[in-house]
Design a protein around this ligand. Structure first.
Ligand SMILES: *[C@@H]1O[C@H](CO)[C@@H](O)[C@H](O)[C@H]1NC(C)=O
Ligand SMILES: *[C@@H]1O[C@H](CO)[C@@H](O)[C@H](O)[C@H]1NC(C)=O
Ligand SMILES: *[C@@H]1O[C@H](CO)[C@@H](O)[C@H](O)[C@H]1NC(C)=O
Ligand SMILES: *[C@@H]1O[C@H](CO)[C@@H](O)[C@H](O)[C@H]1NC(C)=O
Ligand SMILES: *[C@@H]1O[C@H](CO)[C@@H](O)[C@H](O)[C@H]1NC(C)=O
Length: 716
């Protein structure tokens, strides 16, 4: 049939044919996707009801309340047309057995270490079920020493103290939460000889004067609980699953775990703003720098040591406990062996209304909508898998064990992993992703209504927020995407509304806080479910995977390397980035070359896709094997960024572009191995350290080249 027709009769016949062709086919996938969005209109009450049910009791991992929550999730997913099952692992958790903290100055001041409920607190009767405030995996022991104030407990903060001549050996370090992972605070303190650590919430960082329940800020007695484990997954099964074929698996002994650097060697405790203030008042000595000053009422912060002496005792129970993931599957109709995975964790340090069950409520909401689509005749093209993880709070354990258990299946079949941890803590949309997913996420945000302003889309409010970059990357390891991206190389995204919030990991992260301050109408929960679900639907249903590797290539060009070059250039260079910066002992040329190849390969696969999608494909079915072959290249390209040897001395981290870099405490950069090697060479300045940095550059470049080869589908 020709489009250029002179006579009217064939033209009309042609139109008739098109009409019949389109009306005879069932509703398109896009129609179902619009239906998915329109189902959001009444769903704020269901999201709210789910959150309420999930947060009735504190439910840290492996407790009876966590198990009840797991049953709730599983039965809901089952009734939404998902084939669901619970999956157990025996893993090492850590529980507080005994805690005490005394301050000796003129007299002995014992701390109660209790978080208080308030008059009328609907959860007062179940609050005692929450674990006592503690640091999971802290070392057991007792230590007495002069208190030293160490600001945020960063490496630089300790260097500063040492440069001021402060003796840290045998001290009890007092640091405030807010800049780095608490496990790193304790590790840094241990490395400079501290005997114990107290980490407190400073009033300056607790969200303002109006404290919960009147305002959103942390009450003075609120304590941030959390893990101090610096590894990923069950500490006794590093790199392999804690599964139980025949009831047992290979496991490291406790002594071996305790010998490693991923668990602290000294005891520590978290305390409230009010206890922190009492301690700070006992610290004399030199006045701390202006940027070290916090918000404790009228107090001039000093660094010590002493005269206040702290006596901290902690006894923990390292214990093998059973945790439970819930996995729910909706099988794909045409490509059941291709997986689109959505995940969120369920375990919470306390009630978990923000962290993580706002995400669980959104997951259940999303599942119900997919169940409704299925009742109206929709089937996903590819398999959709919903995962509800356990023991994330202890160290991403549930997700990591599952990924390790299914590593090769995921490596050969996973299209993408879409994570939401704390879905909502306030207004403002945030996204971190691997770059080939940027476009599909933006597209979804353009279809979803802004939960805070119905006259614009989520995308409008997102871009007007001015967050730069709009989409962050997944180099950090703070939630369940870590095993998917950093261990296996599965394209991934992590999304949330809000971000930092003052009652984080405290007794006050409950339904009342959410209803009053986090999401009063539950519209943000609904928007989270909508954007999450729409990204999943497009990945599951579109004939061609909506992956954009051209964007990946340009992200690599910008991200990290420029900064690295700027930091390193001995004099300001006006040369283009492609030239090696003057005087630098490392050449980046291999990486720039490999990125150029990646661009070429990305352009090529985009063109191949366009030609397969040409006008004639509207009429005739495309060769399904050709479609599949092209999609496989798109799916596998991310895997090529991984290297079997992994990052230097951290071999679990296989991804050479996105992973935590050791020297980086400001979030996510790219090329962590290169970054670490360069930082190391800068401080050692030996020819070995510089040639090692060059080696890391070559290694990263080779990974990028492998990805280009996968994308272009050609052998050399
Ligand atoms: C720290 O103090 C202990 C005794 O209190 C001493 O044995 C040790 O040598 C000191 N360490 C350093 C690095 O000064
Ligand atoms: C520190 O506290 C523990 C537990 O309360 C106690 O057994 C120990 O004697 C105290 N040590 C010092 C030096 O006060
Ligand atoms: C440690 O935990 C296990 C399992 O919960 C329990 O059986 C055991 O009694 C606990 N030990 C101590 C010293 O609390
Ligand atoms: C809501 O969005 C519209 C359209 O973008 C904008 O003109 C208006 O100022 C917004 N309202 C608020 C309260 O932000
Ligand atoms: C759902 O949203 C409507 C307004 O769109 C609001 O009136 C209602 O209170 C919300 N429901 C819940 C449970 O917040």
């Amino acid at each position: 049939m020709s489009v250029v027709v002179m006579s009217r009769v064939p033209a009309i016949a042609g139109l008739l044919f098109l009409f019949l062709y389109f009306t005879a086919t069932p509703p398109s996938k896009t129609t179902y996707h619009s239906l998915f969005l329109s189902l959001s209109l009444s769903s704020n009450s269901s999201a709210s009801a789910h959150l309420h049910s999930l947060t009735l009791r504190p439910h840290s991992s492996s407790t009876p309340a966590d198990s009840i929550a797991a049953d709730y999730v599983r039965s809901l997913l089952s009734s939404s047309s998902f084939r669901s099952h619970s999956l157990s692992y025996d893993v090492l958790l850590s529980l507080p057995v005994h805690r005490s903290l005394h301050l000796h100055l003129l007299d002995d001041h014992p701390f109660t270490l209790l978080q208080q409920t308030y008059p009328g607190d609907p959860y007062a009767d179940v609050s005692p079920e929450a674990l006592p405030t503690f640091h999971a995996y802290a070392a057991s022991g007792s230590a007495t020493g002069p208190a030293v104030y160490a600001n945020y407990g960063r490496l630089d903060d300790f260097h500063k103290l040492l440069s001021m001549g402060i003796d840290l050996n045998g001290s009890v370090v007092v640091a405030r939460y807010g800049q780095i992972y608490r496990g790193d605070i304790v590790r840094n303190a241990e490395d400079v000889g501290a005997a114990a650590v107290v980490v407190y919430s400073d009033p300056a960082d607790s969200g303002g004067p109006a404290t919960f329940p009147d305002g959103r800020a942390m009450p003075p007695t609120g304590v941030q609980v959390g893990s101090t484990y610096r590894g990923v997954g069950d500490p006794t099964t590093p790199g392999w699953p804690s599964s139980r074929p025949g009831g047992t698996c290979e496991r490291l002994g406790l002594e071996e775990v305790r010998k490693g650097r991923d668990v602290p060697g000294i005891p520590s405790l978290p305390v409230s703003a009010s206890d922190g203030e009492d301690i700070l008042r006992s610290i004399g000595g030199q006045v701390a720098d202006p940027e070290w000053q916090g918000g404790a009422g009228g107090l001039l912060y000093r660094v010590g040591p002493g005269p206040g002496v702290l006596n901290l005792t902690y006894a923990g129970n390292d214990t093998i406990a059973t945790i439970q993931n819930v996995i729910a599957v909706m099988e794909g109709e045409e490509e059941p062996d291709r997986f689109v995975l959505l995940g969120n964790h369920r375990d919470a340090w306390t009630f978990g209304a923000v962290d993580p069950n706002s995400g669980t409520a959104a997951l259940l909401e999303l599942a119900e909508r997919l169940g409704k689509l299925q009742k109206r005749g929709w089937r996903p093209r590819r398999t959709i898998i919903l995962c509800n993880w356990d023991a994330e709070e202890y160290g991403l354990i549930g997700s990591t064990e599952w990924v390790e258990e299914n590593r090769e299946m995921l490596a050969s079949r996973a299209i993408a992993y879409l994570n939401i941890d704390s879905a909502v803590s306030g207004p403002g949309f945030h996204v971190d992703a691997t770059p080939q997913l940027d476009e599909v996420i933006k597209h979804a945000a353009k279809k979803v209504e802004d939960p805070d302003n119905s006259s614009q889309t989520l995308y409008d409010s997102w871009i007007s927020s001015g967050s730069s970059p709009l989409i962050g990357r997944l180099g950090g390891g703070s939630t369940d995407f870590a095993a998917f991206v950093q261990h296996v190389g599965v394209p991934s995204v992590d999304m949330f509304f809000g971000g930092g919030y003052p009652v984080y990991h405290s007794l006050y992260d409950d339904f009342v806080w959410m209803q009053k301050f986090g999401d009063p109408m539950f519209h943000r929960h609904v928007a989270a479910a909508s954007v999450w679900g729409l990204v999943a639907l497009r990945l599951a249903d579109e004939e061609f995977l909506p992956f954009d590797y051209l964007n990946y290539a340009s992200e690599l060009q910008l991200d990290g390397l420029k900064r690295e070059c700027n930091e390193l250039s001995l004099q300001k260079s006006t040369k283009s980035l492609e030239d090696d910066v003057l005087g630098m002992p490392v050449s980046f040329t291999p990486i720039y070359r490999s990125i150029k190849e990646l661009k070429k390969a990305a352009t090529k696969i985009n063109n191949q896709r366009k030609s397969l999608e040409g006008i004639w494909s509207l009429m005739w079915r495309k060769d399904p094997l050709k479609v599949r072959e092209l999609n496989d290249r798109l799916m596998m390209a991310e895997r090529a960024f991984t290297d079997p040897d992994g990052l230097f001395r951290r071999s679990w981290y296989k991804h050479l572009i996105y992973g935590p870099s050791q020297h980086n405490d400001y979030g996510s950069k790219s090329f962590p191995g290169v970054d670490d090697a360069i930082q190391n060479a800068k401080s050692l300045n030996t020819s070995e350290s510089w040639s090692f940095a060059q080696h890391e550059v070559f290694r990263a470049a080779r990974a990028v080249t492998q990805a280009s080869r996968v994308l272009s589908g050609e052998l050399t």
